[in-house]
Design a protein around this ligand. Structure first.
Ligand SMILES: *Cc1c(COP(=O)(O)O)cnc(C)c1O
Length: 231
């Protein structure tokens, strides 16, 4: 079994190689260290390697880790967020990747306003149109964004997608490309609370293809920590 340290070095090297081959800058790619189910010692090892952005998909786990780990960590909520749980994380997270309904947007805006914060969010796109996944249909994103325009404590910073799991990541290249096209088109929208800066796509299995297609936020768990152990 290779160590966390070696795994991270190898991912960083891949990022450099893929960027070089596709004319991109490695410094433009941020790794979100996905820490779900991972113990504190292992997470601390990843932090020592310079990764300070962590992602969790469950509210309770995020809160527990927020309290126990170094306060310099930037926490990202990457999983489906229930409206009634927004209040527990609003002061703890830097970015919510999983905005998937107007109701959730309104709640985030309200809770952010209460603490005088502008909450950065990404709109989750159900790119594979899978019933099992949350997210807005790619053809409906503009309509969705129009409905957010009066929410002054919410700032849309980009899009996020979880591609369908496939053995060969080449199979999802065209989906990533669609995401990038949509992201580029949305850049022309002039609204005070929309600022397309992040395209969150790519996980352990498909991050190289995702970077080639324009991702700048990759979410990696297994590739850093090995297989998760769900109890
Ligand atoms: C678990 C998870 C990841 C990381 O997946 P790996 O395949 O372990 O890299 C990325 N994004 C989301 C939303 C996740 O829930």
């Amino acid at each position: 079994m290779s160590s966390i340290n070696e795994n991270i070095s190898s991912i960083k090297k891949d990022i450099v190689d893929v960027c070089k081959a596709s004319g991109r800058e490695p410094r433009d790619i941020t790794i979100v260290t996905v820490t779900k189910t991972i113990d504190l010692d292992s997470i601390n090892k990843a932090l020592e390697c310079g990764l300070n952005t962590c992602g969790e998909n469950k509210v309770q786990e995020l809160i527990d880790k927020y309290e126990q780990l170094d306060k310099s960590i930037k926490w990202h909520m990457i999983g489906h967020l229930q409206t009634n749980k927004v209040k527990y994380i609003i002061d703890k997270v830097e970015l919510i990747h999983s905005l998937d309904s107007i109701r959730l947007a309104k709640e985030i805006d309200k809770r952010a306003k209460n603490i005088d914060k502008i909450m950065d969010v990404l709109v989750q796109v159900n790119i594979g149109e899978e019933d099992s996944k949350y997210g807005i249909n790619i053809n409906s994103i503009e309509d969705f964004l129009v409905q957010l325009k009066d929410l002054k404590n919410l700032r849309v910073q980009g899009l996020m997608a979880i591609a369908p799991y496939v053995e060969d990541p080449e199979e999802v290249r065209s989906l990533f490309r669609q995401m990038k096209n949509e992201y580029d088109e949305l850049k022309s929208i002039k609204a005070q609370n929309i600022n397309m800066n992040y395209l969150s796509m790519g996980m352990t299995n498909d991050y190289k293809v995702a970077i080639e297609e324009g991702s700048n936020l990759i979410r990696i768990g297994t590739g850093i920590f090995g297989n998760r152990n769900y109890h």
